[in-house]
Design a binder for this molecule. Structure first.
Ligand SMILES: NC(=O)c1ccc[n+]([C@@H]2O[C@H](COP(=O)([O-])OP(=O)(O)OC[C@H]3O[C@@H](n4cnc5c(N)ncnc54)[C@H](O)[C@@H]3O)[C@@H](O)[C@H]2O)c1
Length: 325
């Protein structure tokens, strides 16, 4: 299948492209390189350096490459920044992304897999979180993801667009080629590995007085290879099954302290640690139920061990100590 991947030069996008090509699909990428990296493009992939609402470039892509489906990962995704600058988030994640849907409609492309997020849920009502929990985002980032899910629903109703929205939990890990390099980096595993390598600052854990077995927050980390494979399963499902929304998580929670201890073991480094007060808005536990994705898409997390996830990220980090710079 020929697929347009937006956000193809980002962390998850690079691995999605890698696995699509590995599994015999043909890929055209689009990225404005705002947060992406030239080196994160798989050799041989044509990548358009364009914004997701660049009509001229989209015309060129749809005319010259005739993609049969779109995987839409391009988005701004810093929660804190979305609170201080919501206009940037509604602009990129909703308004600009609408232009992509318009073009899909114009060119008769009817299948889309969309990167949504666990952020649509807000505070969990119970653990693990199932797709039945009503969305209630607590920041503009989560709101934009939820808004786009709703847009997809109405585009299906009006124009026959078929979609799968994947609500990822915390992506982590790497392949031998591509790993996580965000600026600024806000994700725990790349930060802890950077501290292990640089030894220039302490690793911060925000709060150890939560109601969890070791007092630190518990999150669902899912290997980026598993996330990438979920897109391929979703495309397959769109061939004959209805549209839908799915959690993509490991289904297993790991505490911050567990991550710290595992990272220490894997890196063999003594990682300086600082426990600081809780941050506002951090729930104690966020873990996905992944049963629906298992039942409907046939997806499951194959790389679910924390040690494997961290080892892959560490191997990549040692190879590329400064990321793609
Ligand atoms: N990383 C996670 O743990 C996580 C969790 C939940 C959801 N998500 C979602 O998954 C997607 C990918 O996340 P990621 O971690 O790979 O992020 P990333 O920032 O590494 O990748 C996003 C890519 O999209 C590009 N981009 C952003 N806005 C664009 C625009 N308007 N036009 C063209 N290109 C644009 C960036 O340059 C970047 O290369 C995002 O939609 C994010 O919200 C990520």
């Amino acid at each position: 299948m020929k697929i347009l991947v937006t956000g193809s030069a980002g962390y998850i996008g690079s691995v999605v492209c890698e696995l699509l090509i590995e599994q015999g699909h043909s890929v055209v990428g689009l990225d404005n390189f705002g947060n992406g990296h030239q080196q994160a493009s798989i050799p041989g992939t044509m990548t358009y350096n364009a914004n997701v609402n660049d009509e001229e470039q989209l015309d060129s892509i749809f005319t010259n490459h005739e993609p049969e489906a779109v995987i839409h990962l391009a988005a701004k995704s810093l929660v804190g920044e979305s609170v201080t600058n919501p206009s940037k988030y509604y602009g990129a994640n909703v308004v600009e992304s609408l232009a992509l849907l318009q073009k899909m409609t114009e060119y008769g492309v009817t299948k889309i897999v969309f990167s949504s997020s666990a952020a649509v849920y807000g505070e969990p009502e119970k653990t693990p979180i199932t797709e039945k929990q009503a969305p209630n985002p607590i920041n503009p980032y989560g709101e934009t993801k939820r808004a786009f899910e709703e847009i997809l629903k109405w585009y299906e109703h009006a124009y026959g667009l078929r979609y799968i929205a994947l609500r990822y939990f915390n992506a982590a890990g790497a392949t031998s080629l591509f790993g996580e390099h965000h600026t600024p980096e806000t994700h725990l595993i790349p930060i802890i590995l950077d501290v292990a390598l640089q030894q220039d600052r302490p690793m911060k854990i925000f709060g150890d007085d939560y109601e969890t077995p070791d007092g630190t927050c518990i999150r669902d980390y899912v290997h980026v290879i598993d996330i990438a494979n979920a897109h391929i399963d979703a495309l397959r499902s769109l061939e004959k099954k209805p549209s839908g929304i799915y959690n993509i998580g490991n289904g297993i929670g790991f505490s911050n302290r567990e991550i710290y201890e595992t990272a220490k073991q894997i890196t063999g480094q003594n990682i300086p640690l600082q426990i600081t007060p809780r941050r506002d808005g951090d729930p104690a536990i966020l873990v996905a139920s992944n049963d629906k994705a298992g039942n409907d898409l046939g997806w499951n997390a194959k790389h679910s061990e924390l040690a494997e996830i961290i080892q892959s990220a560490w191997d990549w980090k040692k190879k590329f100590p400064h990321g793609y710079e």
